[in-house]
Design a protein around this ligand. Structure first.
Ligand SMILES: Cc1cc2nc3c(=O)[nH]c(=O)nc-3n(C[C@H](O)[C@H](O)[C@H](O)COP(=O)(O)O)c2cc1C
Length: 409
């Protein structure tokens, strides 16, 4: 799951287990942001949570920098799921009564995203009528619960129901909640088909060698995941990559440009096509049937190249089943904007997402991207941001365009 999880850690002994939960969620491909309550910081440090989440940790509602840069409303909305673990008796009480007097509770009151609570507390606190009442209220409000479990408590001699569920169980439930994709009925791309290409192509020289490029597929895969999260039916045509398949996406795996074109044509019609793959411009004219051998005294072989099919142009300019919105990518190492503008008209694409892939930018293989959206109306330059965020914004723009043009395939 390339999804965003906001983990709110409350002030209980089980907070140390939530550090492991961060790892478990990230293993499953989630981006994890952490909010620590003031009490939680008595049990675990922001430093440890930040090191494990690989992101800054949020602790204070009245931190001016936080509010200006990101703010509690954005924290509440820029996520796909909120997990409260451990959910203390105190946090459950505040959530049930709609209090918002610190960052964690303000975020929980401001969110419109699903919330999963993993309570942990002394068994007497859990069975107290006040906590029972609060849990009933929260269930009625749509909050999902996992645990608590029966077992030994951290306090000596205490046993009963109150142990926090194990991090693996919480991560599994989170995955389920994220992949249920309620947005497929209600998201901005519900009922739409989005076709995405991703990754490099491998063009064989002989049975063991090939010509490739440095594309990792991270941007294309993130776009497919973002389209699925927006409710679309998604077909992802992917060249050879080492990434996990995005959840909720039909994936067709190919090697060469010719195979990619065939898969794309087979997947049409679509409402939107986003060609993010780095397709090889050329392939070897004659692929050797056997491994080319190095023989003593003979010259190195010369590879004759021939042009590959132009997938973007073929679909955007010539296909009778052209999607309503065709978006190409331009990976350039110089004159990025000029090349992208030329490419847009030459290929009859509606939009080009231009990015600088010079080695110094770290774009190929990295997690960040700086892109310019080139349309008939002009150029919009987006700030440097994660590939997930670029994907989400691009899908938001595309969904907005489609809604404005109201076309159905
Ligand atoms: C050593 C210690 C352990 C605690 N463990 C828990 C716990 O497991 N569950 C709980 O609900 N409260 C526990 N508390 C009480 C909470 O820390 C306290 O209610 C606090 O106000 C919760 O703040 P928060 O909900 O904003 O994180 C514990 C307190 C102490 C001092």
């Amino acid at each position: 799951m390339t999804q965003r999880v906001l983990l709110i850690i409350g002030g209980g002994i089980a907070a140390y287990k939530s550090l492991d939960l961060i790892r478990r969620l990230r293993e499953r491909g989630a981006n994890v942001r952490v909010v620590l309550t003031r009490a939680a910081q008595e049990f675990v440090t922001p430093l440890a949570a930040g090191a494990l989440s690989n992101d800054r940790v949020f602790t204070d509602l009245f931190d001016l920098d936080d509010e200006r840069e990101i703010g509690h409303i954005r924290l509440a909305r820029d996520t796909d799921l909120i997990i409260v673990a451990p959910a203390t008796a105190d946090l459950l009480a505040k959530m049930a009564t709609g209090q918002a007097n610190d960052l964690a509770t303000a975020v929980l009151l401001a969110t419109d995203k699903p919330v999963l609570a993993a309570p942990a507390m002394n068994p007497r606190m859990w069975s107290h009528p006040a906590t029972r009442r609060n849990v009933r209220q929260l269930e009625a409000d749509g909050i999902a619960f996992i645990g608590p479990k029966a077992g030994e408590m951290a306090e000596r001699g205490e046993a009963g129901i109150g142990r926090m569920a194990e991090p693996i169980e919480i991560a599994d439930t989170a995955t389920q909640l994220l992949t249920e994709r309620p947005s497929s009925k209600t998201g901005p791309l519900a009922g739409r088909h989005v076709l995405v290409t991703s990754g490099p192509t491998h063009e064989p020289i002989d049975p063991v060698r090939y010509i490739a490029n440095r594309s990792s597929g991270k941007q294309g895969h993130a776009i497919a995941a973002a389209a699925a999260a927006a409710g679309a039916r998604v077909t992802l045509v992917s060249g050879p990559v080492t990434l996990a398949d995005p959840p909720g996406v039909a994936i067709i795996k190919v090697q060469t440009a010719a195979e990619m074109l065939a898969a794309v044509e087979g997947a049409l019609p679509a409402d939107i096509a986003i060609f993010a793959a780095a397709v090889a411009d050329w392939r070897v004219a004659t692929t050797a049937g056997q491994k080319l051998k190095k023989t003593k005294g003979s010259a190195a072989p010369t590879l004759a190249l021939t042009e590959n099919p132009d997938i973007l142009k073929g679909i955007a300019a010539r296909s009778p089943r052209r999607p309503a919105l065709v978006i190409g990518f331009a990976a350039e190492t110089e004159s990025v904007l000029a090349h992208a503008q030329k490419k847009r008209t030459a290929k009859s694409a509606d939009w080009i997402v231009a990015n600088d892939v010079s080695p110094a930018t770290g774009t190929f293989g990295g997690d960040w991207n700086t892109v310019h959206l080139v349309t008939a109306e002009g150029v919009t330059s987006w700030p440097p941001q994660s590939k997930d965020e670029v994907a989400r914004l691009l899908i938001e723009e595309a969904a907005g365009w489609l809604a404005a043009h109201q076309t159905e395939v």
